[in-house]
Structure formats: C-alpha cells, structure tokens
Write a protein that binds this ligand. Structure first.
Ligand code: SF4
Length: 351
C-alpha cells in the first residue's frame, strides 16, 4: 500500500484555506470549530465561529451563560442539540476538571456531544495524538485511492477505513495529516468532477487508473424521511402574541415557538378548526383569521416538516391560552431563540 501521507501534507501546506481556527491549537477553539462545522458549510461557519469565540472565549464563559442566551447565538445554525451538549460539557469540565479541557482521546470521547470524529480531531490537532479522523471527505479520498468498496454505514466498513488510516497517519504531525486529508477531499478530490489531471497522487489512485471515480465511494443508502405537519398559530391579541418553550426531545428542544398543532396529514383550515387542540386553545370558531399566510417545506436529515402558519387576531383570550402559553409583546419576539423556520415566516410577513 503506497503511503499518501507525505504528499498530502505537502499539498496541504501549499493549498490550505486561511480559516480562523487554523491559527490556534487551543482545544477549546478546535472543539468549537469542529462542532459548528458538523452540519454547517465552512463559509457559513466562519461568521458563527467568530461570534461564538467573541462572546464565549473559554470554557468558563460558556459554562456560565444561560442556555437561552446560547441558543440565541446559535440561532440559524440548526441542530440545536449541538449547542445544548456544548453547554453541558463546558459546565462539566468547569466543575470536574477545573475548567481545563481533557487532553487525550479516551477522555475526550466520554464528553457529551463529542464522538469519535471530534475526539480524534481535538486529540490530534491540540495534543499530537495519532488518532485519525473519518468524515465524508476522508472516506471519499481513501475509497478512491485504495479502491475500497465498503460503506461507512456499517461497523465493518468503518473498521476497514480506520485500519488504513491508522497505517497512514503521520506520527510526527498527526494533526496536519488529518487536516490535510480532509482539505484534500474538500478541495481536490470532490464528489463530482474531481480535478484528477492535476492531482499529485493520480499515479497511485485506484479509481483514477481503473476509471471508477463515479463508482467510488459506494453510495450511502438513503434514510427514509418521515413527513410531519406543523400548523403554527400566530395569535395576535392587542399588541401581544403567544409563545411556548418547546420541550419535546425530537427537534428544537428549548427553543420558542408559536402554539403548534401537529397533524398526521395536511389539514385545510376548516379541518384544522375542527381539531380538538384548536377548540381547546380558542374555545370558539369565531375568529379573525387573516389568511393562510405562509407555508413551507423544511427538510431535516431524517424528517420533512410541512409547516403552515396562520395569523389570527383575537379580541379576547381564553383560560387555556393564558395558562399554557407565555404572552409577550410582538416587538419583543426577536429576543427569543426560535427555529429558523419561524424566523423565515417572520421575515416573510415583515417584508
Ligand atoms: S486522482 Fe482523482 S479520484 Fe484519485 S485522489 Fe486524485 S482527485 Fe481523487
């Protein structure tokens, strides 16, 4: 097996992008950047990284913030469990480890929200441990160069890729190797039309030499997405509206939302008004419903949300509304952390 480690590290030193988290090896900063980048494109992640580090420069400041404030900083990035896990981990390290980050893979992986990929990245970049990372970019490069037709959706496939990476990783500078192979996958050996003619390792690349670039890596099986129907009620009473903090563990836990009626299929407004939740909230059908203002499909990794927002003016509140929702001035809505979907609705009606 030809070792591509050295050519990749040399390629990386010539071609790497200037990214703010590459200016440091501090585990806190590496951790923050890796968590942000888990589900976010690099360009979008840069702004969030700057904002995050400015507001929370270390574990202590992150641990002492209120979760609502953190979620507001995170707003728009999605996958909010990442922020909640970071908050938990920061508090844990402040309380149990004097506010100092763990310095090896075996301890790092025990922390909430830190899996194999993030533990490997921190351990190699910040502490020079030879722990290879395996993300989508690395998977693609290894599958093509060494002709591996196994999937990382199964444990045996992950083991196969890890075995190769463990042989390749440079023990002198493992962090550089990890970053080099990820960057190479992101910039050169891209999913479609990789720049093979100008590739420094094309002479040893299995896929290039066998004409199998579009067959490797093997395609992942698509996860069947569940469709859910969210009917939001944007209720206006004088200059106030009603919100609640979402407590369901499925998505957007701890974020704020308008009263929501979830249904198993798409409901027309007439059907929705007959729903028991609707009647419980309003106790009447005699309402001023402005119109069906906004509908939107929101696609997440495992589910599709079909959302419909109704703007409804009421002239008197009900006990159910008062007891179950928070009444807030309409003008203060923007201080609450809300899902991107609701933010888009608000942008739409305020156009
Ligand atoms: S030759 Fe093409 S497929 Fe092979 S590593 Fe280089 S860019 Fe990727």
């Amino acid at each position: 097996m030809t070792n591509i480690s050295q050519p990749l590290i040399e390629w990386y030193s010539r071609n790497k992008r200037d990214l703010p988290w590459r200016e440091t090896k501090k585990p806190y900063n590496i951790w923050v950047s890796e968590i942000i980048l888990q589900q976010t494109r690099v360009n979008q992640g840069i702004d969030y990284y700057y904002r995050f580090i400015k507001k929370y420069p270390d574990l202590k400041s992150l641990a002492s913030t209120h979760i609502d404030e953190l979620l507001k900083v995170w707003q728009g990035l999605g996958y909010y469990s990442r922020a909640r896990n970071m908050h938990h981990t920061a508090q844990y390290l402040v309380n149990k480890n004097k506010g100092v980050f763990y310095s090896n893979y075996d301890d790092l992986i025990k922390l909430k929200g830190i899996g194999d990929y993030t533990a490997s990245a921190i351990a190699s970049i910040s502490f020079n441990q030879a722990t290879p990372v395996l993300d989508g970019n690395v998977y693609r490069v290894i599958a093509r160069v060494y002709g591996i037709a196994e999937s990382t959706q199964v444990k045996s496939g992950i083991n196969k890729f890890k075995e190769i990476l463990n042989k390749l990783i440079a023990h002198k500078n493992p962090g550089d190797f990890n970053q080099a192979i990820m960057e190479f996958g992101a910039l050169q050996c891209v999913p479609k039309n990789p720049d093979c003619e100008n590739c420094i390792i094309k002479s040893v690349c299995f896929a290039y030499n066998k004409g199998l670039i579009s067959d490797l890596p093997v395609k992942k099986q698509k996860v069947k997405q569940k469709v859910r129907y969210f009917n939001y009620l944007h209720i206006i009473y004088n200059d106030n509206t009603f919100i609640e903090k979402r407590t369901e563990k499925d998505i957007w836990n701890s974020l704020y939302q308008f009263p929501l009626i979830e249904t198993k299929k798409e409901y027309s407004l007439i059907e929705l008004q007959k729903n028991k939740d609707w009647l419980q909230i309003f106790e009447t059908l005699n309402l001023n419903i402005e119109k069906e203002v906004f509908t939107k499909k929101h696609i997440l990794s495992h589910q599709v949300l079909v959302a419909c927002f109704y703007k409804i003016r009421i002239i008197q509140t009900t006990d159910f509304l008062i007891n179950n929702y928070q009444s807030i001035p309409l003008a203060k809505l923007d201080i609450y952390s809300i899902p991107r979907l609701i933010e888009e609705y608000l942008e739409h009606i305020n156009k």
